[in-house]
Design a protein around this ligand. Structure first.
Ligand code: MEV
Length: 311
């Protein structure tokens, strides 16, 4: 065919971000209503990009597109087309740098579009590796959680590379709120590492606590224990802040959500900006929390079930 298309969705992390970089478990949740879509075509000119932020030759794209370039070039090499010239269009509504997996979703969409363009095949592990190679450019030392969670249709428990689909019968509702501030996962991961070097014992104890909170959260999800899960989310937030992933914009939103009746709230993803996730007992409680988050400065809110759907 003369055109290939690919897509992937956003994700949020319920529990375990940062700890997952140290081999601890984490829970990734699907956000199937937020999409990235890529279209790839063969051209005779140089490699070309068309996105909402930059359109032009890939070689002249800003440094923030390095991971996009890696995804394109590695996919071309993988499908035996290192000399082929392609134009790749990427569009979507996943906000960038807000901890919702935009970089992994973009890489997935590009890899799939190029695969389809050249009629190649990919098994799950090959696909994962191509996305991870782009994530390494974006993040330095990615755990692989985002690369898995942006394709998984259901909540997953991710531990040391292995993925377990979680059987979820959870009635609580999640409110995700965007601080509007871009956080760099790479810098946040580096800051948490620096905290660990300076405070090795404290850091290990905090990572142990995050691990236990994550394991208990998986049981909460399966057993529909909303209040317990909310408490664990708030405890995880305090720990993540102590580890260095916090930011005043996040604290403001977490406090506003809890003040408006949320059962718990935390940063989600890399932190230092980005998004928070709050848990409310039912969709009837969501509107008040959305109002409080908006009043506290959130630029966008999404209300979703554990499956990422509208409640
Ligand atoms: C980023 O979405 C999640 C982090 O745990 C980094 C990673 O898993 O690579 C902060």
């Amino acid at each position: 065919d003369d055109e290939g298309t690919g897509s992937a969705h956003a994700k949020f992390i319920l529990l375990g971000e940062h700890a997952v970089v140290y081999g601890r478990p984490a829970i990734g949740m699907p956000l199937p209503r937020m999409w990235v879509r890529a279209v790839a075509r063969v051209t005779d000119g140089p490699l070309l990009l068309e996105t909402d932020i930059y359109t032009g030759p890939l070689a002249e794209a800003p440094a923030s597109f390095d991971a996009v370039g890696a995804a394109i070039r590695n996919a071309l090499v993988h499908f035996g087309q290192p000399e082929s010239h392609v134009e790749v269009c990427v569009h979507g509504d996943v906000p960038i740098g807000r901890g919702l997996g935009s970089s992994a979703a973009v890489a997935h969409a590009i890899v799939e579009a190029i695969r389809e363009l050249f009629g190649g095949t990919l098994d799950d592990d090959e696909r994962f590796e191509l996305v991870q190679s782009a994530e390494r450019v974006a993040h330095g030392n990615p755990s692989g959680l985002d690369a898995r969670a942006t394709r998984a249709p259901a909540p997953i428990l991710f531990e040391q590379g292995a993925v377990t689909s979680l059987d979820v019968a959870f009635g609580g509702v999640f409110v995700i709120a965007d601080t509007g501030i871009r956080g760099s996962t790479k810098i946040a991961v580096g800051d948490v590492a620096a905290y660990g070097v300076a405070n090795p014992e404290r850091s290990a104890a905090l990572l142990d606590q995050l691990e236990q909170l994550t394991r208990d959260a998986a049981v909460d999800l399966a057993g529909d224990r909303r209040k317990e899960l909310g408490g664990r989310m708030s405890r995880a937030h305090a720990i993540l802040t102590e580890l260095g992933a916090g930011h005043e914009s996040i604290t403001r939103l977490v406090d506003a959500a809890v003040g408006a009746g949320a059962l718990g709230a935390k940063l989600t993803g890399g932190g230092q900006g980005g998004c928070v996730v709050a848990l409310v007992a039912s969709s009837a409680d969501a509107a008040g929390v959305v109002d409080a988050l908006t009043a506290a400065g959130a630029v966008n809110c999404w209300v979703v079930t554990a499956a990422g759907q509208r409640p």
